[in-house]
Design a binder for this molecule. Structure first.
Ligand code: DGT
Ligand code: MG
Ligand code: MG
Ligand code: MG
Ligand code: MG
Length: 269
């Protein structure tokens, strides 16, 4: 086909190929969710409807898009890890970022009513996205550890803060003042002595966030077959192994998770 004289504009497109042999991580974060949470009456400090909706959207992203080996989410964010050798869209960063963000955002609207029956969606939410490349398994593990540590730090703070306000009768500025400069040990102590709460017994989903991994499951179905040379039909049991996205609320920082899910970190070569 002959080229039009306009064709040259293509040369203005810049190359954004992700370096080979690196893990490709896409992290999304809700735009101005401080306001979004207020306007949609999210419960404080954690709204399980919102957290489960986020996970439902992440599951849709993992199932619809190629090559995602693990996802991790907390608060209004989710990270998606694409396998090192992925050649999806020739590793173009903009394709990864935009497909993840748009699939996630449309899912958020699509599945909203399944989680928020009594709360209408008041305006369309948005999510920002970024792409980060990690060359080594250690870097990837440290990235996920960083996000999970962030979840822990924020959740411990928010749990004490909202107990002081909701049960302790403090104003938000008094609670802020009381917590200024406190270490995690102090926060655990306030929770225990003032509210009889052992932080370690708080729900895992709030303390650890949510990891989504592929799990093999055996799907058992019955099938009716017609045998050759016979008139009768026969029912047989068929077992199919299928991969299913499964949510886990566990520690990602220690060795145990990575030993149990050794298929995620492939050979570091
Ligand atoms: P951004 O990301 O710069 O556009 O601004 P924000 O407001 O989204 O800030 P970010 O992402 O640092 O913080 C997440 C906000 O989302 C935080 O203000 C609290 C809110 N949020 C997330 N999950 C929950 C929840 O389960 N319950 C409530 N009440 N708020 C939540
Ligand atoms: Mg942010
Ligand atoms: Mg945000
Ligand atoms: Mg955030
Ligand atoms: Mg097209």
């Amino acid at each position: 086909m002959a080229k039009s004289k306009f064709e040259y504009v293509r040369n203005f497109e810049v190359d954004d190929t992700c370096l080979r042999n690196c893990w490709i991580v896409v992290r999304l974060d809700g735009r101005n969710f401080h306001k979004f949470a207020e306007q949609h009456s999210f419960t404080k400090p954690n709204d399980d409807r919102a957290l489960n909706l986020m996970t439902r959207c992440a599951q849709a992203v993992m199932e619809e898009l190629e090559d995602i080996v693990i996802a991790y989410g907390q608060s209004d964010e989710y990270s998606f890890v694409f396998q090192k050798k992925s050649n999806w869209f020739k590793r173009r960063a903009s394709k990864f970022m935009t497909h993840v963000a748009s699939q996630f955002a449309s899912s958020y609207v699509f599945y909203w009513k399944d989680y928020f029956q009594d709360q209408t969606l008041l305006y369309p939410p948005g999510f920002d996205g970024r792409v980060i490349l990690y060359p080594s398994n250690q870097n990837l593990r440290d990235y996920l550890s960083w996000r999970q540590a962030d979840c822990h730090i924020n959740n411990l703070f928010n749990t004490v803060f909202w107990n002081l306000v909701q049960k302790g009768g403090l104003t938000t500025s008094q609670a802020e003042e009381k917590l200024r400069g406190t270490l995690s040990g102090d926060k655990n102590e306030i929770l225990f002595s003032e509210f009889n709460i052992n932080y370690n017994n708080e729900p895992l989903i709030h303390r650890k966030g949510t990891a989504l991994v592929w799990k093999k499951i055996d799907e058992i179905t019955t099938k009716t077959i017609k045998l050759p040379n016979e008139d009768k039909e026969k029912e047989i049991v068929v077992t199919r192994t299928r991969k299913k996205v499964t949510p886990l609320h566990c520690d990602l920082i220690g060795e145990e998770f990575w030993e149990e899910h050794c298929e995620i970190l492939e050979d570091d070569s």
